[in-house]
Design a protein around this ligand. Sequence first.
Ligand code: TYM
Length: 330
Amino acid sequence: RTRIFSGVQPTGHLTLGNYLGAMRRWAEEDQHRAEALFCVVDLHALTVEHDPARVRRLSRQAATLLLAVGLDPELCTVFVQSQVDEHLRLSYLMECTASDGEMRRMIQYKEKAAREQARGGSVRLSLLSYPALMAADILAYGTHEVPVGEDQAQHVELTRDLAVRFNQRYGATFVVPKATHPAVAARVMDLQEPTSKMGKSHVRTAGTVYLLDEPEVVRKKVMRAVTDPGSDVVYERGERPGVANLLDVLAACSGGDPERLAEGYSSYGALKKDTAEAVVEMLRPVRGRHAELAAEPAYVDEVLRAGAERARGLARPRVDAAFRAMGLLG
Ligand code: TYM
């Protein structure tokens, strides 16, 4: 059976980008067609300056949101990374497989390192080795497919390289995975700065729609989205990034095609209004289920406990085999 793994970092509140780029497909498609595991990757959240209490709170909230968007623990495995030791064990082997140079080439590393330095902080060593841990997350489970937004493509490519290299040097141990991306909205852009990705850890929040934003807040953010000079609605990602982003979001919410949708609009105002309503309606049930689940922390804990146990059982034999293959007495 096809195996699927993906994850989300609890470094901030989850966003519309996380939902459209990744989580929605996990719930609507992936969990139904494969043996699928979805993980709150809390170890990754320690790679940048962090507040322990906040990370703990956000991890819980992310896990609750995974269930709220429709992941069903009867169909898939939902768990928290730090509760399964295999990720850390395999991560070290991946560090011994990767080179310093290939880690330094990662776009996310360059961007985040620059951001940490601009804040006057130092860059944690784990930020550089992050892709080794991510590769471990994926490879531990014999994963075939990794459903992610476009921004993670480079990390999954590196994971493939590491799997191939490991298999060649030490014997066939890992499945070589591939990334899959949604057809539309694989890269949702910031509403205030449509040339950069909508991200959960941006300091300015006006351009980011969070999954738990109140409907009024969502409306305001979308209505104030930066559009482009001109006034006719056309789908041009290069020339008209702001309008193209709204069309992508509207298409993703309503199931249409962005270029076709553009033909139906003659003003930015109408496009924004429809996009805002589509997002509000899409998020309404998510907010509702989140509120219900947040009132049942014992249920969420039990899902995570059972998920971790199942994940451990799936990962353990392969990670043990990798230890032995690399020459450890393990
Ligand atoms: P993270 O936490 O940044 O994002 C979680 C998922 O959401 C997608 N995403 C987006 N998609 C479209 N538009 C956006 N603006 C947008 N922002 C985020 C991401 O592509 C991702 O699929 N390194 C990963 C977490 C991770 C992981 C893994 C993923 C760790 N180990 C193993 C897959 C497999 C990350 O930082 O995602």
